[in-house]
Write a protein that binds this ligand. Structure first.
Ligand code: MF3
Ligand code: CO
Length: 252
């Protein structure tokens, strides 16, 4: 069942989304060569709790951390630990919070020092693929319009789209219906209505779309070892069009 939110409920989700945006801004500012991924995770968790919220991922299906930190050929769900960030890496940071009962979820791929031209182009294309998807999140369109917009843009740049993991509805649960694939056919799938809130999250690979899981059962990486990027926003469908909730609207 797809849950439609009221305008006051969307405002509560915007507060959660603001905190997600501010957490990602803090992590982006902090992530430097020499720092461990566990140190980043601690900074994010402390910030989220200091703002009266809970990390949404910690404890979810046994996931042990606040952030997912996925480096280079890792696609998503990299577990923070003793690993040290190195110049030239790309690091996908995914974070969710629960604030006053409402969830928000977003991700961005950060650069650690100077990176290769190949990596820079991948990040720009994945960011732009997400924006193309978001533009389709308006009443009267269908989920397939979002999916197709992401896929067409990413594949048009010569990249491939991960198919085994998808975006999702979000609200009083982190994962709600509908699923939001990053590939598909225009004019198909659930119709978008004002009050629907979805997390759109393209995972884009330089090489092929295939992924595999590490022995830790969480870390997802490309089978061919190619670079992968991930950008995600929580977006409300409104009468006026898409409304991105996971951006910082307050300072600090
Ligand atoms: N952002 C991820 C998603 O959209 C959630 C990470 S899964 C977790 O599904 F288990 F790490 F929480
Ligand atoms: Co998500």
């Amino acid at each position: 069942m797809i849950v439609v939110k009221t305008i006051p409920q969307i405002e509560l989700m915007r507060r959660a989304g603001d905190l997600v945006g501010r957490t990602l801004d803090l992590v982006e500012k902090t992530a430097k060569p020499g720092l461990t991924t566990a140190e980043l995770d601690r900074i994010a968790e402390d910030f989220i709790r200091a703002n009266g919220a809970e990390p949404a991922f910690k404890g979810y299906l046994g996931y042990p951390a606040t952030l997912c930190v996925s480096i280079d050929d890792e696609v998503v769900h990299g577990i923070p630990g003793r690993r040290v960030l190195r110049e030239g890496q790309i690091a996908s940071i995914d974070v969710g919070v629960k604030l006053d009962g409402w969830y928000a979820d977003a991700a961005r791929t950060l650069t650690i020092g100077p990176i290769s031209a190949e990596a820079r182009k991948l990040l720009a294309a994945t960011m732009e693929a997400l924006q193309h998807g978001i533009q389709q999140a308006k009443p009267g369109n269908r989920i397939g319009d979002i999916s197709a917009a992401v896929q067409t843009f990413a594949e048009g740049k010569g990249y491939s789209v991960v198919r085994d993991l998808v975006g999702h509805g979000i609200g009083q649960k982190m994962h709600e219906e509908p699923q939001v694939p990053n590939f598909g056919t225009p004019h198909t799938g659930a119709e978008l209505k004002p009050g629907m809130v979805i997390a759109i999250e393209p995972m884009i690979n330089v090489g092929g779309p295939a992924i595999k899981f590490d022995a830790d059962k969480w870390t997802v990486r490309t089978v061919d070892g190619s670079l992968s990027a991930h950008f995600e926003h929580t977006v409300a469908v409104t009468a006026d069009g898409p409304d991105i909730l996971t951006v910082a609207t307050r300072k600090g």
